[in-house]
Design a protein. Structure first.
Length: 33
């Protein structure tokens, strides 16, 4: 969750829904590696 809060801080100007979807997409990429 801490990672998400840091991610949110870097993208605070994005819409919440887009932010969550982008974060989950990034998480998926990280887990695949």
């Amino acid at each position: 969750m801490d990672l998400f809060l840091r991610y949110q801080a870097q993208h605070f100007d994005e819409k919440w829904q887009d932010l969550v979807e982008s974060f989950l997409a990034e998480e998926g990429k990280i887990e695949e590696i």
